[in-house]
Design a protein around this ligand. Structure first.
Ligand SMILES: Nc1nc2c(ncn2[C@@H]2O[C@H](COP(=O)(O)OP(=O)(O)OP(=O)(O)O)[C@@H](O)[C@H]2O)c(=O)[nH]1
Ligand SMILES: [Mg+2]
Length: 443
């Protein structure tokens, strides 16, 4: 789904992730690339402009400088804005309780198929819907609905010479047969025309539906947005169902409809089969587009952990060079809490621009923990007292070698010295300077 857009945006982010700290120019370049990606996905140009405007505004804010990893922060801002554009928090159609639905749309957009899909969802909730075919002009339309109804065991009502006559008849039928929801499938036209709109207005007024859903073909891009605007203005809709998203729809319609029409997408059709209709959740869609569901929850976890008092005092200690091996052990444990190391590493500044091929070794981490655990409290707090015999004892106790112990202590010293330098540079000019290897992660 939205593969081209998704690949493009993920490529932009991968480039961004490789950078440690971001300059204003980096952010500006990313915004330009994002804008192109949006326009290429056929997103409405005003929506694209607003999107970029909002993201840029947030991305140059102070938060970025304070954050753990600026690239991840920009990505999070884009993700949040993407959710907003896709509709934010959408009131879902209540399949368990909704009593009346009117489906509208142009010819061939998928109204009849979708009406059956909705009825099928209700059947699974043990409800008794009635499918109404308010398209009395085409015999084939009645037949299509009847075939679908039969397949899912839902009654279908199609009698009547006009659409309104059919609707009136169906209301009687529903009462008699104790149907608890009426789903009205209306006739489509090739273009929006007065006749179609007038008929729909009458149907809507008579049914007064709880949900008046416009079906639009997701493949039509901006045309879908124009159609949605017209229907919203002329008839008034409660939401949109985008169909045919299983094809190569570019995403423009999904990303523009809410902003342009003010009405949310409530479902998406992802295939011709009766069960291929999914509720539309903006957050899940955003994550799908960004291909980063897990990474985002990782960021959230990292944020939680780095915001803890423990983490704050640790940072304080690191910058004041009072950082010792005991603190380091604590930090290792915090990092482990975040999840698989491979993923976590990319979020730590200095590691995101790790040379390719350099793999994080989980076993090494275990070894490091074992080494520090074999030290006495005093040794952890004052690593300078670690002489030859102490190192030998620690190696034996942790099942490692003296070389392993030496390497860890050397790397730790370098790290500590580097934090000292950062503090001296008051955090200003150290862009581009690479961090030394974090002790205990690599051999
Ligand atoms: N791939 C795919 N095809 C779909 C989807 N929804 C509908 N279709 C197909 O689109 C075609 C038209 O669907 P219909 O449900 O007949 O459309 P309609 O709006 O009722 O058409 P009219 O009544 O003629 O206006 C059919 O071949 C459906 O199988 C979808 O989500 N994915
Ligand atoms: Mg139809």
């Amino acid at each position: 789904m939205f593969d081209v857009f998704s690949t493009k945006i993920q490529g932009i982010f991968n480039k961004l992730r490789k950078k440690g700290l971001l300059s204003k120019d980096d952010v500006a370049a990313t915004m330009r690339e994002l804008r192109v990606a949006l326009l290429e996905a056929d997103v409405n140009f005003k929506v694209a402009k607003e999107f970029i405007g909002k993201v840029s505004e947030k991305a140059v804010g102070v938060e970025i400088l304070k954050s753990l990893n600026p690239a991840q922060h920009v990505i999070k801002i884009v993700k949040d804005e993407l959710i907003e554009v896709l509709g934010g928090d959408i009131p879902q159609v209540k399949i368990e309780s909704v009593k009346s639905i009117l489906l509208l749309g142009l010819q061939g957009c998928g109204k009849t198929t979708t009406s059956a899909k909705l009825a099928y969802k209700m059947m699974k909730k043990k409800r008794h819907p009635l499918l109404v075919g308010a398209d009395p002009y085409r015999p084939a339309a009645k037949e299509q609905l009847q075939i679908l109804g039969k397949k899912i065991n839902v009654p279908v009502f199609t009698d009547g010479k006009t659409a309104i006559e059919t609707l009136n008849g169906s209301l009687e039928y529903a009462k008699e047969h104790k149907c608890d929801c009426i789903i009205v499938d209306s006739a489509g036209r090739l273009h929006v025309d007065n006749e179609l709109m007038d008929e729909l207005k009458v149907l809507k007024q008579r049914l007064n539906p709880e949900e008046c859903l416009l079906i639009v073909d997701g493949m039509t891009g901006q045309e879908a947005v124009n159609i949605a605007s017209t229907f919203e203005k002329e008839i008034g809709i409660s939401g949109v169902i985008l169909t045919k998203l299983d094809g190569d729809a570019r995403g423009g319609a999904a990303l523009s409809i809410k902003m342009v029409t003010g009405k949310p997408i409530k479902f998406m059709g992802i295939g011709e089969n009766i069960d291929q209709l999914e509720p539309f959740y903006p957050d899940r869609m955003a994550q799908r587009i960004l291909g980063m569901g897990d990474v985002l929850s990782l960021i959230e976890r990292a944020e939680e952990i780095t915001n803890s008092e423990e983490a704050k005092s640790l940072q304080q200690k690191m910058l004041s060079q009072k950082f010792n091996l005991e603190d380091f052990l604590l930090q290792l444990k915090q990092i482990k809490k975040m999840g698989p190391l491979e993923q976590v590493m990319g979020m730590i500044p200095g590691f995101s621009n790790m040379p390719s091929g350099m793999k994080v070794d989980e076993k090494q981490l275990v070894r490091t923990e074992a080494i520090i655990s074999s030290m006495t409290i005093l040794e952890r707090r004052k690593p300078e007292i670690l002489n030859g015999s102490r190192r030998k004892r620690i190696a034996k106790g942790s099942g490692t070698t003296v070389e392993d112990v030496n390497r860890l202590i050397k790397q730790f010293d370098q790290l500590k010295a580097m934090f000292g330098n950062i503090t001296k540079m008051s955090g200003k000019n150290f862009k581009g300077k690479r961090m030394p290897q974090m002790p205990g992660f690599f051999r």
